[in-house]
Ligand binder design. Structure first.
Ligand SMILES: Nc1ncnc2c1ncn2[C@@H]1O[C@H](COP(=O)(O)OP(=O)(O)O)[C@@H](O)[C@H]1O
Ligand SMILES: [Mg+2]
Length: 258
């Protein structure tokens, strides 16, 4: 079971977009995919047709309830949905840090440390899924740390702009610490996201990014990608000649997911 986290402590960079497209792509290939929505904004949950008032993620992490009690089926048009299971989020998850403090003793008993909770819970369901895709909130909090500890790979969508690139340093520092202490085999890839190729400054920033990090082929800023989310139609269902389809095909190939 491969565990892929989409992360960036900056908001609006395409995390949820990439988590959605990745999940649908893998499910369409016949893989059984578990989506874990760790963002209290629950955008990914609602794109998969799931809206709940109160998430049970804290109870599941602590070990009070089993995976069968938190997981729900994804809803929507297309056969691929049958391969997608969701652990949905809700506003309530914004209090995760507080809820975990209240359960400190239980955490020590079941996982040792709170960073390891998600890893522990996911290790209990390796027989049921081929992939886990984790969407994360735009901050370096407990959700992101837990996801990094549990993951095989982290995908980092980044816009080719100054502030976005500056913000990467903080995330990469955290990545290095987790790699040294908890997860030595953790890999990462940076995905240039919402790129406008006609802007010279973005081209320049992309080149700079490529000098410091291994980057994947870019995903362009395209109206059809926004439509993909609002129509709940993943990019693999689009015409093969569209830019969105081509960009994502190149991305999956570079990540060895084709
Ligand atoms: N490649 C793209 N082209 C155009 N719009 C995009 C693209 N990727 C994401 N968006 C849009 O940008 C906004 C932010 O993306 P989102 O995935 O929600 O970011 P995050 O999860 O990092 O906050 C959304 O409205 C989304 O539909
Ligand atoms: Mg998001």
């Amino acid at each position: 079971m491969k565990i892929i986290t989409i992360a960036n402590n900056k908001g609006g960079v395409g995390k949820t977009m990439n988590a959605y497209q990745l999940t649908c792509h893998l499910a369409n290939q016949g893989h059984r995919v578990l989506v874990v929505d760790l963002d209290s904004q629950a955008n990914l949950s609602s794109t998969f047709g799931v809206q709940i008032t109160r998430t049970l993620i804290p109870e599941w992490l602590i070990g009070d309830i089993g995976i069968d009690e938190v997981v729900v089926d994804s809803q929507g048009e297309g056969d691929f949905h049958k391969n997608v299971s969701i652990i949905p989020s809700s506003r309530h998850l914004a209090n995760l840090a507080k809820l975990l403090i209240l359960s400190e003793q239980e955490i020590r008993r079941t996982a040792g440390r709170k960073e390891r909770l998600l890893k522990k819970r996911l290790s209990e369901c390796t027989d049921f899924f081929d992939y886990v895709v984790i969407d994360t909130p735009p901050m370096l909090g407990d959700e992101l740390i837990m996801a990094l500890v549990a993951s095989t790979k982290i995908l980092i969508p980044t816009q080719a702009q100054d502030y976005s690139i500056d913000g990467l340093e903080e995330l990469m520092d955290t990545f290095e610490i987790i790699k040294e202490t908890e997860n030595p085999t953790l890999e990462f890839a940076i995905i240039p996201s919402m790129v406008n190729k006609r802007r010279k400054i973005e081209q320049q920033r992309m080149q700079e990014l490529a000098q410091s990090f291994q980057i994947t082929p870019p995903i362009r800023n395209l109206v059809q990608m926004q439509e993909s989310i609002s129509n709940k139609t993943p990019v693999f269902m689009m015409n093969k000649k569209t830019e969105g389809y081509k960009d994502y095909q190149a991305l999956w190939t570079s990540l060895d997911l084709n």
